[in-house]
Design a protein around this ligand. Structure first.
Ligand code: NAD
Length: 290
């Protein structure tokens, strides 16, 4: 397929490289990042999308997505799919999809989970909103860049799935770290705590797969000085998107709101920026109540 790829940063770069490696004709554009091996460089976003079968965007925010969409949609001929893989607010995903549809272009919101490691290894999970024919057209590309793609429903459903998942993840990681810090103060050995919780009703991905305590459970960023992994500021971004969405639809999400406030303090007032989101454990372990 002929693919236009806009946004070649930490995630987009390796995703575009994997598509090129699989034999697709990929034309890339980024304001700053260089094109990875195998990806041809376009002089502008509009040049990257002209004549493409599928246009993929991997951008930092909904505002940037909206401005890129304004620029490229008029340059896309009828028939292609505009597939945004960024994590953005549900409203931006829906506005861009409507704008594309009005121009005769199918749109998908297809945010990912799996991080930079998953992007490089081609093992991402795609959560997709949009029509079935558009999903079917892009599925072979999802299969190159990832190991699973779920069609979640109409436009915006992919972003909704992503922020709900990450709201669970943020709150679960926070309470897992709290529980380790409490266990320390109660004199309970961390390994024993893991042995019990990982096989009891408190188990979770945060405990069992990505344990925030160094030297315990499978390898995780905790074993690497809390280098990310999944950076605390990216978790904060997703928690903010979840709370923004909750406000829009008047949903009561008190745990998500608490997790957002905790990560905001950690990232913006403490030393959380640039550290893995599981680095809440040393932060909490060093603190007293109140
Ligand atoms: P990044 O900042 O490394 O990459 C974004 C790229 O977009 C940059 O290279 C930037 O130059 C480019 N860009 C910005 N404005 C542009 C424009 N107008 N035209 C062309 N290029 C433009 O970010 P990333 O880590 O690759 O993340 C991308 C998206 O994926 C974000 O929405 C993020 O929330 C999401 N995400 C990231 C991770 C992760 O672990 N990094 C995991 C899941 C989802």
């Amino acid at each position: 397929m002929k693919i236009g790829f806009i946004g070649l940063g930490n995630m987009g770069g390796p995703m575009a490289a994997n598509l090129a490696k699989a034999g697709h004709d990929v034309l890339g554009f980024d304001l700053v990042a260089p094109c990875p091996d195998g990806v041809a460089s376009a002089v502008s976003a509009t040049a990257a999308v002209t004549g493409a079968d599928v246009v993929i965007t991997m951008l930092p925010s909904g505002a940037v997505l909206r401005s890129v969409a304004d620029e490229v949609i008029p340059a896309m001929t009828t028939g292609p799919v505009l597939c945004d893989c960024s994590t953005v607010d549900v409203d931006s995903a829906r506005v861009v999809a409507a704008q594309a549809q009005a121009a005769g272009i199918c749109a998908l919101d297809a945010p990912v989970s799996g991080g930079v490691g998953g992007a490089a290894a081609g093992t991402l999970t795609f959560m997709v909103g949009g029509t079935e024919p558009a999903f079917a057209k892009v599925l072979p590309l999802f299969e190159v860049m990832g190991q699973k793609a779920v069609n979640c429903g109409e436009s915006g459903a992919g972003q909704a799935a992503k922020i709900c998942n990450n709201m669970i993840l943020g709150a679960t990681m926070a309470v897992t770290c709290e529980a380790f810090a409490l266990a320390d103060k109660l004199g309970l050995d961390r390994q024993k705590m893991f042995d019990v919780v990982s096989t009891s009703s408190g188990y979770s991905w945060s405990m069992n797969v990505y344990c925030p305590a160094p030297g315990i459970g499978p390898q995780s960023p905790a074993d690497n000085g809390y280098a990310p992994g999944f950076a605390a500021e990216l978790m904060l971004k997703d928690l903010r998107l979840s709370q923004q969405a909750a406000e829009t639809v008047d949903a009561d999400t008190p745990m998500g709101a608490q997790a957002m406030a905790l990560y905001a303090t950690f990232v913006e007032q403490e030393d959380g920026r640039g550290r893995d989101f599981s680095a809440l454990l040393p932060r909490l372990a060093a603190r007293r109540r109140g």
